[in-house]
Design a protein around this ligand. Structure first.
Ligand code: FRU
Length: 480
C-alpha cells in the first residue's frame, strides 16, 4: 500500500515535471538565486554546513503559487555559489504536520543532521494547532521523522512556530516565534539537556508596545561579543521611512542571560530596506562566519501581482550574506565566494560625468567614490531608480508598484554620505549593498527582459570608479 507520504511526494514530483517547460520559459527565472522548481517558495529553513556541505531547505508549495501545506524543499552546495536541488526533505503527511511542515532549523548532533520544525495542523473544528517536531538524517538527504518534541506551552495562542535551536555550554536552547494570549508578539525561550524534553523558560524578548501581534522566525546568536536577535514581527505600523513593507524584519542587540532566559536589548532596527525581504535565517559555517539568507518576498504583499505566477512559480531566496556587527549595527555583505560568479569584466572606468552602459541580466556593479557624492542617480533598466542627495542625506530606491504601476519608494539615511555600493542584478531581482553593507536594499525587479541600459547621473566634481562584471547564469541546478 502506498503511504500518504509517498503519494504526496509523487504528486509534488509530477507537478515539477508537468510545469518544467512553462517554468523554464519564463524570462524572469533567476540565474544564481535559489528558487522553487515549480510553485511557491518562502522561508529559508534548516540552513547549515554539515560535513562540509552547505544545506539550504526551504518552505515549498509545489501544487500552486499560493501558500498552504508546505513541504521542505532542499538545495545543497559545496561552494555557496552552485546549488543543486535535492529530493524533498519533509512532506506534510503525518497527523502532527498534515497542514504544513512549517519553518525550522538544523543542528549537527550524534553524527546526524537533525531538523526541528513546526507541524501546522488544522483540527476538525478548523482551529490551528502547533507542534514542534524533530526529523533526522544520516546522510543529509533522507529524513526520518521523530514526531512531536514540544507541545504548545501555556500563555500563547496557536501562532507558535519556527523553532531555532542551538547549543551553548553543553545545553540546547530553542527560540520559537510566538503570540501571547493578549495578541502581542514575543519570542519563547526553551532549554533542554537531550533535545527530547524541553523546559519553557519564559520570553527571551517581547512583548514590546508597538511591535506587533506576532513575531515570526526568531534567530538568536552571538556576534562580536554581543547577542543578537533577528525576528519578523507582523503588525508594526510604518514610521516615516521605516517599516513600510506589509510585515517587517529587524533585529535587536544586547546581552543574553541564559540563567534568567532574558535578552536585555536596545531598539528594533530594520535589517533590510528593500521591498522584498523577510524571515531570514543565519548559521555559523566552518570558517566561523555568521551567514544569513532571507526570503525575497513578504507574506500577503502583492503576491497575486507577481508576473511569474503565469509560469507557475513565485519567489526566491537572497544571496548568502556574511553578518558583521559594527558599532551595534548589523552589516550584511555578500559572501566572498560570490566572486566566483564573475565570468567576464565588462568595464572599469573612473567617471566624472554621466554615463550609460549596457548590462547583461546577470551582472554585478561596484561603485567606489573618491570622497563623498553630492547627488547621484542610477537608473536600472526601465524599472528601478536609485538616488542619493547629500543635502537630505537620503538614499532612495524607486520602482513602479507591482499592484498598480504607481511609483513606490524605500529610503534610508546615510549620515556618513554615499561612499560605496555593490549591486547584484539577476533576471528578476536586485540586491544593493550600500557603504560596505551598512544598508541593504533587496527587491524583485521585473524590468522588460529586453531592456539592458543602465544610466548613471551625478552632479558634482567627485570621481566615481565603476566596475561591472557579467555573472554566471547557470548556478542553480534543478535536475532531480
Ligand atoms: C513566515 C512563515 C512562518 C511559517 C511559514 C509557513 O513567512 O509564516 O512563520 O513557519 O512561513 O510557510
Amino acid at each position: 500500500m502506498i503511504t500518504t507520504e509517498e503519494k504526496l511526494r509523487k504528486q509534488a514530483y509530477e507537478a515539477v515535471e508537468k510545469y518544467r517547460d512553462t517554468v523554464q520559459k519564463d524570462p524572469y527565472r533567476q540565474g544564481y538565486h535559489m528558487m522553487p522548481p515549480v510553485g511557491l517558495l518562502n522561508d529559508p529553513n534548516g540552513w547549515i554546513q554539515w560535513r562540509g556541505t552547505y544545506h539550504m531547505f526551504f518552505q515549498w508549495m509545489p501544487f500552486h503559487t499560493g501558500h498552504g501545506a508546505k513541504f521542505w524543499g532542499h538545495y545543497s552546495s559545496e561552494n555557496l555559489v552552485d546549488w543543486k536541488l535535492e529530493p524533498i526533505a519533509l512532506t506534510p503527511s503525518d497527523w502532527f504536520d498534515k497542514n504544513g511542515c512549517y519553518s525550522g532549523s538544523a543542528i549537527d548532533h550524534d553524527d546526524k543532521l537533525k531538523v526541528f520544525y513546526t507541524g501546522n495542523v488544522r483540527n476538525g473544528h478548523g482551529e490551528r494547532e502547533s507542534y514542534q517536531c524533530l526529523a533526522e538524517s544520516e546522510n543529509g538527504i533522507e529524513f526520518k521523522k521523530q514526531g512531536v518534541k514540544l507541545e504548545l506551552p501555556e500563555g500563547y495562542s496557536a501562532h507558535f512556530r519556527d523553532p531555532k535551536v542551538w547549543e551553548h555550554e553543553g545545553k540546547w536552547y530553542m527560540v520559537v516565534g510566538a503570540q501571547t494570549l493578549e495578541n502581542q508578539g514575543a519570542v519563547a525561550f526553551l532549554e533542554s539537556d537531550d533535545l527530547e524534553s524541553w523546559t519553557h523558560k519564559g520570553e527571551l524578548a517581547g512583548p514590546v508596545e508597538g511591535l506587533g501581534y506576532m513575531w515570526e522566525c526568531p534567530d538568536a546568536f552571538s556576534l562580536n561579543g554581543k547577542d543578537v536577535l533577528i525576528f519578523s514581527p507582523q503588525g508594526v505600523e510604518a514610521q516615516g521611512i521605516d517599516f513600510n513593507n506589509q510585515y517587517q524584519t529587524g533585529y535587536v542587540v544586547g546581552k543574553l542571560d541564559y540563567e534568567k532566559g532574558k535578552l536585555e536589548h536596545g531598539v528594533f532596527n530594520e535589517l533590510d530596506r528593500g521591498f522584498e525581504f523577510y524571515a531570514p535565517q543565519s548559521m555559523l559555517d566552518e570558517k566561523g562566519r555568521r551567514l544569513l539568507v532571507g526570503w525575497m518576498g513578504v507574506p500577503d504583499q502583492n503576491e497575486e501581482h507577481h508576473p511569474t505566477i503565469q509560469h507557475h512559480w513565485i519567489h526566491n531566496l537572497t544571496l548568502p550574506r556574511e553578518l558583521k556587527l559594527v558599532e551595534g549595527e548589523l552589516y550584511q555583505l555578500p559572501v566572498k565566494e560570490m566572486e566566483q560568479l564573475r565570468e567576464e569584466k565588462l568595464f572599469e572606468e573612473v567617471v566624472g560625468a554621466d554615463l550609460s552602459h549596457k548590462l547583461p541580466r546577470t551582472s554585478e556593479l561596484v561603485m567606489d567614490v573618491d570622497g563623498s557624492l553630492n547627488q547621484f542617480e542610477l537608473q536600472l533598466f526601465d524599472y528601478l531608480k536609485l538616488s542619493y542627495s547629500k543635502e537630505t542625506g537620503y538614499f532612495t530606491m524607486e520602482r513602479s508598484s507591482l499592484a498598480n504601476g504607481n511609483t513606490e519608494s524605500r529610503s534610508c539615511r546615510l549620515i556618513e554620505g554615499l561612499q560605496q555600493m555593490q549591486v547584484f542584478i539577476d533576471h528578476s531581482s536586485v540586491e544593493i549593498f550600500v557603504n560596505d553593507g551598512k544598508e541593504v536594499f533587496t527587491s524583485r525587479m521585473f524590468a522588460d527582459p529586453d531592456e539592458c541600459m543602465v544610466k548613471v547621473v551625478h552632479k558634482g566634481k567627485e570621481r566615481l570608479k565603476l566596475t561591472a562584471w557579467k555573472l554566471r547564469n547557470d548556478a542553480i541546478h534543478q535536475n532531480l
